[in-house]
Design a protein around this ligand. Structure first.
Ligand code: GLN
Length: 536
């Protein structure tokens, strides 16, 4: 059977949780044993997310195949428990560059190349080919941005055209605010949103309404009237305990039955086991009566929590598996300018995480935080940049090399403990050229934290970096007491380092990217376990 499509658009503003809605729709269809895959369209002209600032855009997510994609992919993977590939990501830049390449090749000789039909057909062909190659039953297409934006107008038009030839279900996410002085749910913004969508030639089949509380019956009725829909197609998307509850909320509102009927799927049964498994994930992610574990995350994009969403999720997955309540203390590294600052912010931490990052801002604050954790025996987890800075801190404060640094931050230092990978030296273009995607590593020592955490010798995690631990300093660091517990299979790059005196582990990878609610990342489990032992 040919694949069916669900197109999810958003009205009025970003931040309503379109990625969570798409993930939840995929999850409930997956419970019916349908093969469902996402496509995310982002309107910006970047070719991919790799060159974007996480402070503005949220974290850059990395796939096994090295695709640098939007943070929504993290939510998709966590809900579906599937490894996706970069074919699911379309950006304005990618689609424009392919059309221009074709034009230069002469594919459109004699024609003037236009947004429609050329660009819109290019998009439709891409989507149909993707669905066919992947043998998907349903492809859920998330349209980034909001209806009415300049950036996604041609894509929304392509979706309208797609619906002329294929079965497409349109789902629109909108917002129903409450004005606090009146305390009343207001529908006017959504009415305007619906009108904008209709102006684009699209009538939604489902209207999902983000609101603080569930929608009142009279509000549903009003919105149904303006959207020309039955009231059961106005779906309430109210605040829940955690995002994993949303698929269950959709099931309660019969969204599964509506979608299956609209898309023409007959005879598919809800897999009770899959539902049960999901319900226990949703329950497990709600704060339990277990003891609290205070985890400090020392980063530099702290104002926008989305910059570290996978780290935060991984902490939650591991904590819930261990029946403890994580309390995250976000610490802005640039505000750590003295040891006193560090002690003030980190006191009472059961564990400290130094996440990944780029550029020199906040680096010295992070190094001071590592020193504080090491000296006070607070469990520490260093992720990518965090691991690199653990090595720098160790070289400076244990091995006595005062000017130890990474050449990313100090080109002139004599002691480049962290240096550009040899394969990176000749790289000129910044986009898509880091060491990206899933790479295998070999754990060298059975008595390491790493081996205990993974329980096996060969592991695979996702990477995104240009710099590495400089092999010239391996001996010096080891002589000083640092353990190098894993390297690449060929032994050329250091992958994991550990302290010996207390719990401290740094990985060149990003294990947070593979953490799933039902399969917490091994290093996070190990770290949270150590942190929770520290609270006793
Ligand atoms: N900036 C460092 C590098 O390029 C670390 C990257 C990261 O933390 N993802 O190697």
């Amino acid at each position: 059977m040919q694949a069916k499509f669900i197109v999810v658009t958003g009205s009025l503003m970003s931040g309503l949780g379109k990625g969570i809605l798409v993930s939840s729709i995929m999850k409930i269809l997956d419970m019916y044993d349908l093969k469902v895959l996402p496509i995310k369209f982002d309107g910006y002209l970047n070719f991919d997310c790799g060159t974007m600032n996480p402070y503005r855009h949220g974290e850059v997510f990395v796939l096994d195949d090295g695709g640098e994609v939007d943070m929504d992919f993290g939510t998709y993977e966590r809900f579906l428990d599937k490894d996706l590939d970069k074919g699911s990501s379309i950006t304005g830049g990618k689609i424009m560059s392919s059309i221009i390449e074709k034009e230069r090749r002469g594919d459109f000789l004699g024609e003037d190349v236009q947004m429609t039909p050329h660009l819109t057909e290019e998009i439709i062909k891409y989507i149909e080919k993707f669905a066919e190659e992947k043998k998907a039953d349903v492809v859920v297409i998330e349209v980034g941005g909001t209806v009415g934006d300049l950036e996604n107008g041609y894509f929304i038009e392509a979706m309208r055209q797609l619906s002329l030839k294929r079965k497409v279900e349109f789902v629109n996410l909108t917002y129903v605010p409450v004005i606090s002085s009146v305390g009343e749910q207001k529908t006017k913004p959504s009415q305007i949103g619906i009108r904008l969508l209709m102006q684009a030639g699209i009538k939604p089949d489902l209207l999902v309404c983000r609101a603080q509380n569930s929608l009142l019956a009279k509000i549903k009725k009003k919105l149904a009237f303006f959207a020309s829909l039955d009231e059961n197609r106005i779906i309430s998307d109210e605040d829940l305990n955690n995002i994993y509850e949303f698929p269950i909320n959709l099931l309660k509102q019969n969204v599964d039955k509506i979608l299956l009927a609209d898309l023409g799927f007959k005879g598919h049964k809800l897999d009770k086991k899959k539902l049960q498994d999901w319900m226990s994930i949703a329950d497990g992610n709600t704060a339990s009566s277990g003891k609290s574990v205070r985890i400090s995350i020392v980063g530099k994009y702290i104002d926008l929590k989305d910059s570290y969403v996978s780290v935060k999720e991984a902490v939650h997955h591991a904590s819930h598996a261990l029946h403890v309540n994580p309390e995250i203390n976000w610490v802005e590294a640039t505000e750590l300018t003295s040891e006193k600052d560090v002690a003030g912010k980190l006191i009472g931490s059961d564990g400290v995480i130094i996440p990944g990052g780029f550029g020199s801002r906040g680096i010295e604050g992070k190094i001071m935080a590592i020193k504080y954790a090491r000296e006070n025996k607070i469990p520490l987890l260093g992720l990518c940049l965090g691991m690199q800075l653990m090595a720098v801190e160790f070289a400076r404060n244990v091995c006595g090399i005062r000017d130890a640094n990474s050449s990313e931050f100090d080109q002139k230092t004599k002691h480049k403990i962290i240096d550009l990978m040899s394969t990176q030296v000749s790289v000129k273009n910044k986009g898509g050229t880091m060491r990206l995607g899933a790479w295998k590593a070999k754990i060298l020592k059975k008595d390491s934290i790493a081996y205990k955490a993974y329980g096996k010798e060969i592991i695979s995690e996702r990477h995104r970096h240009r710099y590495e631990l400089n092999n010239k300093y391996k001996k010096l660091l080891e002589d000083g007491g640092l353990m190098i517990s894993a390297t690449t299979l060929d032994g050329k790059l250091v992958e994991i380092i550990e302290w010996k005196g207390s719990y401290g582990i740094g990985t060149q990878a990003h294990p947070e990217l593979k953490s799933r609610p039902n399969k917490p990342a091994p290093l996070f489990l190990s770290f949270i376990d150590a942190a929770s032992a520290a609270t006793q």
